[in-house]
Design a protein around this ligand. Structure first.
Ligand code: HEM
Length: 396
């Protein structure tokens, strides 16, 4: 996103890479709209459950054939965010979506390639044949993603009416622009370029993180059948379709999801941030504007917080009375003002996806003698290596 933004727009846009008044205004607006569309309420739950039901149907048709989990999970999570941003969803077999998903994965890998350092320090190298190979790939990805977003905005502009209640994020943003323009409210930082980058930020931040966490989750469930069994015992006491209202009764399932997020630790070095004003910490002086990488996620692997942190142990989050323990060192969504904007959406998605998948299926290694690797692959987020899984419908 960083590369897409600085290279192709006039200055910084979106919400992830900006700060100051613009960030405050755009973040507040985004949170407000997500809330209006039901994030944190029943409306959001319906949208998520609609996609979870389709995912369950799709996995049932696989008939226990070994399968990769990326595509089905990506379509489910992608449709939830797409629905909120554009009012659109894809079929599980949609080629266009598959292509887009592959491109996002590729982009995530390319931007961490060491050659990116060279492109930043010496931008002229992006024009040198032989050296600019990765750069050209990035440009191709950018053009395709940009095209998809532009198409969506254009379609929304054609159908936009200020007298109709917005049904998705894009309409809500166009409505805000209209309202400001026609009611003398001042435009602030609202314009179409900003909308385009904001949509990309929300789509990418909302999709990549949740899909990667879910991929780790299925892998951990598959390689820790005893943990899966405990969660299923708890789930089997409830009706077949698990909803958010069940969350507080499912101690083990919550602990399992906590442990999945702790061990996945998908953004271990967090995002690059700038210090807002001069500050002194532990005798170190940080002048305003210093760039910092707050590596708070280190707490998730600190033995002082989590005994034997290398072990996968959902029980560590459960106290002697079978209640979920408060775990302040568990910070997958970061902390403070820049804390994840989509946290409540992500938490609801992870709970409904894992609880309903475990209720309906067993996830089995195709070759138990050679379980899949837990090796960490570094990109914009840290993913597991691709793996296959047998998804067996449970008979309860
Ligand atoms: C399991 C899923 C997710 C994880 C682990 C996660 C994690 C994070 C983390 C660690 C940050 C950086 C915070 C910082 O700079 O200190 C962040 C920021 C952000 N996340 Fe998430 N996130 C997830 C899901 C989502 C979803 C579903 C959305 C979409 C609605 C989203 C939107 C954002 C945005 C827009 C930011 C930038 C916020 C800002 O700069 O003000 N995230 N997320």
């Amino acid at each position: 996103m960083f590369f897409l933004d600085i290279q192709f727009l006039d200055g910084f846009n979106g919400v992830v890479q900006i700060d100051g008044d613009k960030w405050r205004e755009q973040r507040r607006f985004s949170l407000h709209v997500l809330r209006d569309f039901g994030v944190g309420r029943a409306l959001m739950e319906d949208k998520i459950m609609h996609e979870v039901d389709i995912l369950i149907k799709h996995l049932t048709t696989l008939d226990s054939q070994p399968t990769g989990m990326t595509q089905p999970i990506a379509v489910c999570v992608g449709n939830i965010i797409n629905n909120m941003l554009f009012g659109k969803t894809f079929e599980h077999t949609d080629e266009k979506f598959l292509k887009m998903q592959k491109m996002l994965d590729k982009q995530s890998q390319i931007v961490l390639n060491p050659i990116m350092g060279l492109y930043i320090l010496a931008p002229w190298t992006t024009q040198v044949p032989g050296i600019n190979w990765y750069w050209n790939e990035l440009i191709e990805i950018r053009d395709t993603l940009w095209g998809i977003l532009a198409e969506q905005i254009l379609e929304h502009k054609k159908n936009f009416s200020p007298f109709v209640e917005p049904t998705d994020f894009t309409y809500a943003y166009l409505n805000e622009i209209y309202d400001r323009k026609h009611n003398d409210k001042g435009m602030g930082f609202f314009d179409e370029k900003q909308l385009q980058m904001l949509l990309l930020d929300l789509f990418f931040a909302g999709m990549e993180t949740t899909v990667t966490t879910a991929k780790w989750g299925i892998l951990q469930i598959m390689t820790h059948p005893e943990a899966a069994k405990k969660a299923q015992d708890e789930l089997d006491a409830l009706p077949e379709r698990i909803v958010l209202a069940d969350k507080s009764r499912l101690t083990y399932v919550n602990a399992l999801i906590n442990e999945i997020q702790r061990t996945a630790n998908i953004l271990p070095i967090n995002l690059l941030r700038a210090v807002a004003e001069d500050i002194e910490i532990d005798g170190y002086h940080f002048p305003a504007g210093s760039m910092v990488l707050p590596q708070i996620s280190i707490t998730m692997n600190d033995p002082e917080n989590f005994e034997e942190p290398e072990k996968f142990l959902p029980e560590r989050f459960i106290d002697e009375n079978n209640n979920l323990k408060k775990a302040e060192a568990l910070v997958p969504f970061s902390l403070g003002k820049r804390q994840c904007l989509g946290e409540s959406l992500a938490r609801a998605e992870l709970f409904l996806i894992f609880a309903n998948l475990l209720r309906n299926f067993d996830f089995v290694c195709p070759d138990t003698a050679n379980p899949p690797s837990l090796q960490r692959v570094y990109g914009l987020t840290v993913s597991p290596k691709p793996y296959l899984c047998i998804v067996k419908k449970r008979v309860i």
